[in-house]
Design a protein around this ligand. Structure first.
Ligand code: PMP
Length: 420
């Protein structure tokens, strides 16, 4: 028995499913989870001494790779000053200034501990600001595990084939309206029926939790127009895309100005950070100035803020995004023509599946292809793992490139998929 197998067996006795987040359990794959011992640059090493090129990258936060030396040094220095105050400090101020100076639709920002928390608070703010209850989300978009968003979500839920979660009250679910992606007509109809009740529409502008389902800009623009016409707020959930596609995320690339944005992952440089950003008059509604309660013992934790600040400072010159795009193009070239394999890519996000039909934009077209979900992905994942490449362990999770990846790493991935 390997050490990973042994640890997994022990973990299953004291932890639900042996893991603290479902996708980590490798369900539906050929092996149990690997237990990671250490990570540096583009590689992780497991407790059995196997080393892998890591294209999961902690599901997105590590745009600079594992244990980046500058982030590490900043965190080590910060530790000497203590690691939690529960009081105002200046690191979060520096991070807030860096972001508000560079993201033109964000005047004000509140830090939380996860993407889930950011979404939960953004929805509460939107409901308070509009005096309305209903939220529109899109089928296949994942917005964390707050009750109202566990309706037709993707990601771990899709992998487990559980469309909704148990334990979500009917009353909560009733205030969530679900629309299909890539469909102007359906969304218009929804607004025709419920326009005056809708507080906000939340969207991953590049949906990346049910595979990668890039949307037409005209569709996202249509969403924005309907929100404006109906006095509903537009929330971009850029937990994955923020500070990754560009410093200002999809909003910057598309030149769009959502009312609120939610961030996570890269903003904490691998530590637990989420954030809500938006216009001053909206954000002022949060306590203590306004009536919308929002709080956290560990919010803006100085160590996490230091990791986020150092990471984002290294992203400010834009060179990182060019580098990632060029690595992405190399990935396109390397995998082009691989038999029975489809690569969808958007910047440093990519999705591999055993399917060669047209690139999907909605979950219906994805879910209709069973080979993609079952054996197909299992074979991709196993072939990669056997050859020392660690992909996200679910058919619906996207892969992540970081600045620590090299062309050799991509060659290793391509080589492993040659022999599928
Ligand atoms: N929104 C999006 C778009 C996400 O991808 C995720 C997590 N993958 C979340 C929200 C929730 O973030 P967290 O896991 O940090 O709670």
């Amino acid at each position: 028995m390997s050490r990973s197998e042994d640890l997994y067996e022990r973990a299953q006795r004291v932890v639900p499913g042996g893991v603290h987040s479902p996708v980590r359990a490798f369900r539906g794959l050929d092996s149990g989870p690997i237990f990671v011992e250490s990570a540096a640059g583009a590689r992780i090493t497991d407790v059995d001494g196997n080393s892998y090129v890591d294209f999961c990258m902690a599901f997105g936060p590590l745009i600079l790779g594992h244990a980046h030396p500058e982030v590490r040094a900043a965190v080590a220095t910060a530790l000497d000053r203590g690691w939690s105050y529960g009081a105002a400090e200046s690191v979060s101020l520096e991070l807030a200034e860096l972001i508000t100076n560079r993201v033109d639709f964000v005047d004000s920002i509140r830090f939380v501990n996860s993407g889930t928390e950011a979404v939960m608070s953004a929805l509460r703010l939107a409901r308070a600001a509009t005096g309305r209850d209903k939220i529109v989300k899109f089928a296949g978009c994942y917005h964390g595990h707050t009750d109202a968003m566990l309706i037709k979500a993707g990601s771990g839920l899709a992998g487990l084939a559980v469309p909704d979660s148990a334990g979500v009250p009917q009353g909560v679910a009733a205030d969530t309206l679900v629309a299909p992606l890539d469909d102007e007509t359906k969304l218009t109809e929804l607004f025709d029926h419920h326009g005056r009740e809708i507080a906000a529409v939340i969207i991953e502008p590049v949906p990346a939790n049910h595979g990668l389902l890039p949307q037409r800009t005209t569709f996202v623009q249509h969403v924005a127009n309907l929100c404006r016409e109906n006095h509903a707020l537009l929330i971009f959930d850029e937990v994955i895309t923020g500070f990754r596609l560009a410093f200002g995320g999809y909003a910057q690339l598309a030149g769009m100005h959502p009312d609120l944005v939610t961030w996570g992952k890269v903003i904490g440089g691998g530590f637990p950070v989420g954030a809500i950003g938006g216009r001053r008059e909206l954000m002022e509604q949060f306590a203590p100035d306004g009536p919308v309660y929002q709080a956290g013992t560990l919010s803006a934790n100085p160590i996490a803020m230091t990791a986020g600040l150092t990471t984002l400072q290294l992203l400010t010159d834009g060179e990182v995004f060019d580098r990632l795009e060029s690595l992405g193009r190399y990935l396109d070239e390397s995998l082009r023509g691989a038999p029975g394999l489809r690569l969808q890519r958007c910047g440093s996000l990519f999705w591999l599946s055993r399917d060669t039909t047209d690139a999907p934009a909605t979950i219906r077209s994805t879910a209709a292809i069973p080979s993609n979900v079952g054996n197909g992905f299992r074979r991709i994942f196993s072939a990669a793992l056997r050859n020392g490449v660690y992909l996200p362990p679910s058919p619906f999770e996207v892969g992540f490139l970081s600045t620590a990846h090299s062309r050799d790493d991509i060659d290793q991935l391509a080589g492993s998929l040659d022999r599928l």
